[in-house]
Ligand binder design. Structure first.
Ligand SMILES: [Ca+2]
Length: 525
């Protein structure tokens, strides 16, 4: 029997077939499923899963999940392993990754850098320096990777004993996953990405630098936050501050320092008040935020107890310990082994990795309890560290292929970061600037933004740690609009906004207008 559709039904069918939303969703869900069979010639690739999530799904919270509750757009999540193998230690290895392919793709690719020692595949979202709208929600295709090993937590270093796994973490995996992700994107959308971006903080910030340094044409725009660029040396810098404070901490009967007890809460508060007293107003406004870091000079000795002892006053020994600790370690020839740390409002923070005034705290291990340090021996060990030699990004400064290719590179660093000193990132930025033709040239493609009060990649009691650097980067890459400043807000200070200015400039209050509003501040030298 022949069925003849009435004209109305035909019209409806035609309308349905050109409805972009419905057609798009169906096509993407089917295309998503097809990715399970994806093979790329010459690559040992296993796709373990390709799952379609309709619009409105909630990502998991917690470690590796979303930073805030949010609804995701429709997307395809592809999970896979590159180079699955049995390691020299008999354990299974491979470079795990997850790639989020939005149903409504904006033509851009974003690589989400890792954290700590990696070892797990985090939710591919692209939330770093993206303000309140992660890249996936904007329509970017986003990839994340474990960089070649699985760890029991973010700091499981056992993989370092396996040669290829160590190489993968040090520098190899990110480049390979970048290439692979672009290939999968090209297969899925039948089109290569128009633009490629990389964002990351800490280890992700180091990986961001790796990309600019070792794969100068892979990415058009890169954001590197608080880069873990030479951990053998930052470890010395962290322990140095703790060691100096331990010299004035109470000791147990065996003479061992009680880590973290060097200063009372009242003394920590007195130090913060003293820092604010010396430095807060230098940016034109007393607002508990120190933007003019260059002009900040604080001498802890001003807090030494006088004839009338107050709760927060310091002994001369305590003041000296703080001063020496923050000045950073020097070897016996007087050479600075790691820069010191800046005096800022977050140095007594109890959030996340505790601030430096907490003394014995160690970002990744048991508290430091030593009361002395052989800086020469430690510096020699750092210089001999093969891991540091292979993974560090502090030395390489020639980025002329990257910049000639049109690449833009933005750095950010919290001034109160207790793990990696913002001064070390400033030092790299200045060396890199010098090596690439000076500030006038380099400001055309690379800028550094310091975030006062902000701890390691975020947090802090007086911090504006939410900023949309990703939009600024995209505009710089795609429209040529260089970002003089990026506006920052934060949950710690509702209603307040400030510009983060490109180093060496800082945000300065203009003298009139609402002191909460970023528009009443300007970038000054
Ligand atoms: Ca201020």
């Amino acid at each position: 029997m022949r069925i003849t559709l009435p004209p109305v039904a035909i019209a409806v069918l035609v309308v349905c077939s050109v409805q972009p939303a419905a057609a798009q969703t169906r096509r993407d869900a089917a295309a998503c499923a097809a990715l399970t069979k994806l093979q790329i010639p010459g690559i040992a690739l296993s796709i373990t899963k390709a799952e379609w999530f309709p619009e409105g799904s909630s990502p998991p919270a917690g470690r590796g999940g979303a930073p805030n509750p949010m609804k995701l757009p429709a997307y395809c999540r592809v999970d896979g392993v590159l180079d699955r193998r049995t390691g020299a230690d008999g354990k299974p290895y491979g470079i795990g990754f997850a790639l989020a392919l939005p149903g409504d793709w904006n033509g851009r690719f974003l690589f989400q850098g890792g954290g700590g020692l990696n070892g797990s595949v985090q939710l591919p979202l692209g939330a770093t320096a993206a303000g309140t709208t992660p890249a996936l929600l904007r329509g970017f295709a986003v990839v994340s990777t474990d960089t070649g090993h699985t760890g029991t937590n973010g700091f499981d270093a056992s993989f370092m004993q396996e040669q290829q796994a160590a190489l993968d973490f040090a520098y190899q995996a990110v480049g390979r996953i970048a290439t692979l992700a672009k290939q999968i994107i090209a297969q899925h959308y039948a089109k290569t990405p128009d633009r490629s971006y990389f964002t990351g903080c800490s280890t992700g910030g180091r990986e961001a630098m790796l990309m600019a340094q070792r794969h100068p044409t892979f990415f058009d725009g890169i954001i590197s936050g608080a880069p873990a660029m030479r951990t053998a040396y930052s470890g010395i810098g962290d322990e140095w501050v703790a060691t100096m404070l331990n010299t004035v901490a109470p000791k147990d009967p065996t003479g061992k320092a009680d880590p973290g007890a060097a200063l009372s809460d009242a003394q920590k508060k007195a130090v913060i008040d003293g820092v604010l007293n010396a430095c807060d107003a230098n940016d034109g406004l007393k607002d508990d935020m120190i933007f003019n870091t260059k002009a900040c000079r604080f001498d802890p000795k001003v807090l030494v107890c006088g004839t009338t002892k107050t709760d927060g006053c310091l002994t001369m020994e305590q003041a000296t310990a703080i001063e020496k600790g923050f000045a950073g370690p020097r070897d016996s020839r007087g050479r600075q082994v790691y820069p010191g740390f800046m005096f800022d409002t977050g140095i007594a923070s109890a959030q996340g990795i505790p601030g430096l005034l907490h003394g014995g705290r160690n970002p990744v291990g048991p508290p430091f309890s030593a009361t002395s340090m052989d800086v020469d021996a430690r510096a020699a060990a750092a210089a001999a560290s093969a891991t540091d030699a292979l993974s560090a990004t502090a030395s390489w400064t020639n980025l002329n292929t990257f910049s000639t290719h049109g690449g833009k590179l933005m750095f950010f660093h919290g001034v109160s970061d207790p793990w990696f000193s913002a001064l070390d990132t400033i030092d790299y930025y200045e060396r890199m600037t010098k090596a690439n033709g000076g500030p006038e040239q380099v400001m055309n493609w690379s800028r550094l933004y310091l975030a006062p009060g902000v701890g390691h990649c975020g947090g802090g009691p007086v911090a504006l740690d939410t900023f949309d650097m990703l939009t600024a980067l995209v505009d710089w890459v795609e429209k040529g609009t260089a970002p003089a400043s990026v506006t920052a807000t934060g949950r710690a200070l509702p209603g307040r906004s400030r510009p983060l200015c490109a180093y060496p400039q800082h945000a300065h209050y203009k003298g009139t207008g609402d002191t909460q509003d970023a528009k009443n501040f300007e970038c000054r030298n």
